[in-house]
Design a protein around this ligand. Structure first.
Ligand code: FAD
Ligand code: FES
Length: 244
């Protein structure tokens, strides 16, 4: 983990409520796919965790949805403004288990952490299938970016206004070697039941302290509780025990 001052180079809406922010700093290291950063905002005691959408040395891109004070404040930041960011957080996805035909399943703001993963897997020559789920066509984002990587993309919308009507679990392909997923918890539970292979889940649970002290982000596993902020946010399917 590193505390860095990043300069915003772009901050634009991509839907009515989702924004894309690009930041730069000369010494910034490339982040891990599935990793996250923790953003400090004026007047807010707790930093706000946001997944890495894409990253290269010196550059970081995030996609964030406006849901409250912190993310609203972020929409007001202009290019040239500086942000205090903790970088290099989270275990990230393990790419070594992907096999030749990995499946990526993202729901809403669970889609962003899958993008850099898709780019890296495509770079290794994998035939990546991505199912991206949204409530409605107006909320759709990142589809074109996944297609531009050469992924086989299926979009689902709950109201049927775009792509397959239903949830990501209504559009699972017959064949895939492994899966990676991120999204709201009801979706993750459904993915857990519907998938046939091993896979990895990224949890975007609400966090408290963000550095392992409060246990507010705990998730039950076969080896005891794991803190999403320290031992996560990615857990393997085999280790997760859902609370009923
Ligand atoms: C590891 C991790 C990665 C994340 N990655 C992303 C990302 O890439 N893009 C993105 O848009 N968001 C992401 N989130 C969620 C993001 O952190 C929250 O939406 C943000 O902290 C809300 O801050 P706020 O001040 O705007 O809202 P608050 O004022 O704190 O809350 C406003 C409302 O949003 C709800 N809310 C807050 N946090 C969450 C949450 N984590 N999940 C569901 N509802 C929440 C609250 O219950 C409340 O109703 C991630 C969270 C985690 C833990
Ligand atoms: S947020 Fe406090 S332990 Fe994870």
């Amino acid at each position: 983990m590193k505390q860095e001052i990043l300069t915003i180079t772009e901050n634009i809406p991509v839907t009515e409520s989702v924004w894309r922010m690009q930041m730069e700093a000369p010494g910034l290291e490339e982040q891990r796919p599935g990793g996250f950063v923790n953003v400090r905002l004026d007047g807010l005691f707790l930093r706000r965790p946001i997944s890495v959408f894409d990253s290269a040395p010196g550059r970081l891109t995030i996609l964030y949805k406006t849901v409250g004070r912190g993310t609203e404040q972020m929409t007001g930041l202009k290019p040239g403004a500086q942000l205090d960011v903790l970088t290099g957080l989270g275990n990230g996805y393990d790419l070594t288990k992907a096999g030749d035909t990995p499946l990526l399943l993202g729901g809403g703001v669970g889609v962003p952490p899958l993008y850099m993963l898709a780019r890296k897997l495509r770079g290794e020559g994998k035939a990546v299938k991505a199912v991206l789920g949204f409530n409605t066509a107006a909320e759709l984002f990142a589809e074109e970016e996944f297609r531009a990587l050469g992924c086989n993309v299926t979009v689902t919308t709950a109201d049927g206004s775009c792509g397959v009507k239903g949830f990501v679990t209504d559009a699972l392909p017959e064949e895939y070697s492994y899966f990676y997923t991120c999204g709201p918890e009801p979706m993750l539970r459904a993915v857990y039941r519907a998938t046939k292979t091993a896979g990895q889940f990224s949890f975007e649970e609400r966090m408290g302290c963000g550095f392992g002290a409060c246990m507010g982000c705990s998730c039950k596993t076969i080896t005891g509780y794991k803190r999403i902020c320290r031992e996560g946010p990615v857990l393997e399917k085999e280790e997760i025990l859902w609370d009923d």
